[in-house]
Design a protein around this ligand. Structure first.
Ligand code: OOG
Ligand code: NI
Length: 453
C-alpha cells in the first residue's frame, strides 16, 4: 500500500508549536512574554500600514506569530550528530558556524533551520545548537569527570531513534509516525529537576564554568529559551518591567534604524530552579531564560564587514555605561556611516533582496541582469528586503554571558575550529551567505523571465 508522507515543513510546524506549549508550562514568564510581543506587534502594524504591506508582500506577515528560535547545548559529538539527524526530519539543516570561545564561553555552535523560501514562509523555526568543548578545560581531572558523566547518558528515547531511522530509510514519515516523532523528540528538550551528578561534582564543574555544569550535570539538553520575534524591540524592552520581567541592561546588535539590519536581541533571567542532585542533596541552578529579537535585512559579505567594523568602533569608543539609552545613542552615532535606505543598501551591494516583476509596465531597453537598476527606475522590477535568518556571534556571547551570571572566563586559549565541529556533526555546515546569494539570484532570474515572457 502506498501512503503519502507528512512533509518535513508540517512536522517542523507541529514540533515548534508543541515545544512552545511545553515551554509555556515549564516557564510561565515565557507565556507572559508571548502576550506582550503579540500586543506590541499588533500596535506596530496598526500604526504602520507601510510596514504591514511590506511584510505582506514579502510573505512575512503570516509567519510572525509562529516565529521563534530556541537554544540547546549538547555535551558530546555523538549527541550533536544525532541532533542533526533529528532536525533533518523537520527539514532543519545546520547553517553557519559560531565560535564562542573567544568570548569566554567554551562552546562552538550552529543553527539548525529551514533553508528554502517556501519552508521559511511556512515556519522558520530555528534552534541555536552549541557543542561543549571539553578540550578547553585545562584541568585534566575535571575534563575526565565531565566526559564520564556525559557518556552515561542517552538524551534520545528509543522510539525517536527508531523513527529517525525510519525517516532516513523511507524518505518520510506517515501521519501517525510524525505525530509520535513530535512527542518523542520533545522528550530530549524537556526540563528534568533531578540531576545526573552529585552536588560536589556539580559544584566543581560550576566553579570551572557555569555553562559546563549546565551541560554536564543534567539528563538532557533542556531547551534554555524560546525567542519570539518582535517588530519593535525597544518598545518591548521598555514595557517588560510592567509585566514583571527584568531585561538585561542593553539590547545586543545594531541600533534602531529606518531599515533594520540583521538582528537585535535582549534577554532576561527567567527561573532559578530547585535541583535534586544524585546524592539526594538539594541545590539551585539557573538554566532557563527568556529572550526577544527583532529581525532586519540580511547583509552581504560587504555589508557584514561594514557592520562588524562599526560594531568594533562602537565598542572601542564606548562610554563605560551599562545604560541602554546611552548605549543606543552611541551606537546610532557610529552607525551613521551605514546607509539607511533600502535602495542605497541595494545599489551599494550591502544587503540582500527578493526581486519581483511588476506586470503591465512597458519596458524600454533590454531585460537583463545588467539592466536591473534601470528596470527598477522604470517601475518594472520591485524589491523587498530579505530577512536575516541567522545569528550573530558577538550578540550570542552577550546573551550567554548575561544569563550565566558574573564570573566568566575572559577567553579560552583556543580559536575557531569549524573542522572539528563538522566532524562531530557528521556533515559540513552550510554557508549562510551562499544561501542568501542563491535565493536573491533565483528571485531575480524568475522576475526577469516573467518580464521577458
Ligand atoms: C545560546 C545563546 C545564543 C542567541 O539568540 O544568540 C542565542 C545559549 O545560551 O545556549 O540564543
Ligand atoms: Ni537566542
Amino acid at each position: 500500500m502506498c501512503s503519502a508522507y507528512v512533509s518535513s515543513d508540517e512536522i517542523r510546524d507541529q514540533f515548534s508549536r508543541a515545544m512552545s506549549a511545553m515551554y509555556q508550562q515549564e516557564v510561565p514568564q515565557y507565556g507572559t512574554l508571548l502576550s506582550l510581543v503579540e500586543a506590541v506587534n499588533q500596535e506596530v502594524l496598526a500604526a504602520n500600514p507601510e510596514l504591514k504591506s511590506e511584510l505582506q508582500n514579502g510573505d512575512e506577515l503570516a509567519r510572525i506569530n509562529v516565529e521563534r528560535h530556541g537554544a540547546i547545548r549538547a555535551g558530546s559529538p555523538d549527541e550533536l550528530a544525532m541532533l542533526r539527524r533529528m532536525f533533518a526530519v523537520m527539514g532543519m539543516e545546520p547553517v553557519g558556524y559560531y565560535d564562542l570561545s573567544t568570548a569566554g564561553v567554551p562552546v562552538h555552535s550552529t543553527a539548525f533551520r529551514p533553508v528554502a523560501d517556501s519552508a521559511l514562509k511556512r515556519n522558520p523555526f530555528r534552534v541555536f545548537t552549541s557543542l561543549l568543548r571539553l578540550e578547553l578545560i585545562e584541568k585534566a581531572e575535571l575534563r575526565e569527570q565531565a566526559s564520564e558523566i556525559l557518556s552515561a547518558r542517552d538524551i534520545f528515547t528509543a522510539n525517536v531513534k527508531t523513527l529517525i531511522g525510519r525517516f532516513e530509510q523511507q524518505g518520510g514519515l506517515s501521519t501517525d509516525d510524525a505525530k509520535q516523532f513530535v512527542q518523542e523528540a520533545l522528550e530530549t528538550f524537556r526540563w528534568h529537576d533531578n540531576a545526573t551528578a552529585d552536588l560536589a561534582a556539580y559544584e566543581r564543574l560550576h566553579d570551572e564554568h557555569r555553562l559546563i555544569a549546565d551541560v554536564v550535570c543534567f539528563r538532557g539538553p533542556h531547551i534554555n529559551h524560546l525567542t519570539p520575534r518582535t517588530l519593535d524591540i525597544d518598545e518591548v524592552q521598555r514595557r517588560m518591567p510592567s509585566v514583571g520581567i527584568d531585561p538585561k541592561a542593553t539590547i545586543e546588535g545594531p541600533p534602531r534604524r529606518d531599515c533594520p539590519i540583521l538582528l537585535r536581541q535582549t534577554s532576561f533571567k527567567a527561573l532559578e530552579e530547585t535541583i535534586a542532585f544524585a546524592d539526594a542533596a538539594e541545590g539551585k541552578h539557573t538554566a532557563r531564560f527568556g529572550e526577544i529579537e527583532q529581525r532586519g535585512i540580511a547583509l552581504t559579505r560587504k555589508g557584514r564587514e561594514l557592520y562588524d567594523r562599526l560594531l568594533a568602533v562602537a565598542k572601542e569608543s564606548a562610554p563605560q555605561v551599562a545604560n541602554n539609552d546611552a548605549h543606543q545613542a552611541h551606537l546610532s552615532a557610529v552607525f551613521k556611516d551605514f546607509p539607511d535606505a533600502y535602495e542605497d543598501l541595494r545599489r551599494e551591494g550591502l544587503a540582500f533582496f527578493h526581486y519581483q516583476a511588476v506586470q503591465g509596465v512597458s519596458v524600454q531597453g533590454p531585460i537583463s541582469v545588467e539592466q536591473v537598476d534601470s528596470l527598477i527606475d522604470q517601475g518594472a522590477l520591485s524589491v523587498t528586503p530579505m530577512i536575516y535568518e541567522d545569528f550573530l556571534p558577538v550578540s550570542a556571547a552577550g546573551i550567554f554571558q548575561s544569563n550565566l551570571g558574573g564570573s566568566s572566563h575572559d577567553h579560552y586559549a583556543s580559536s575557531a575550529s569549524q573542522q572539528e565541529f563538522e566532524q562531530a556533526l557528521g556533515s559540513a555546515v552550510i554557508d549562510e551567505i551562499a544561501l542568501y546569494t542563491q535565493r536573491q539570484q533565483a528571485s531575480l532570474e524568475q522576475a526577469l523571465a516573467q518580464l521577458a515572457g
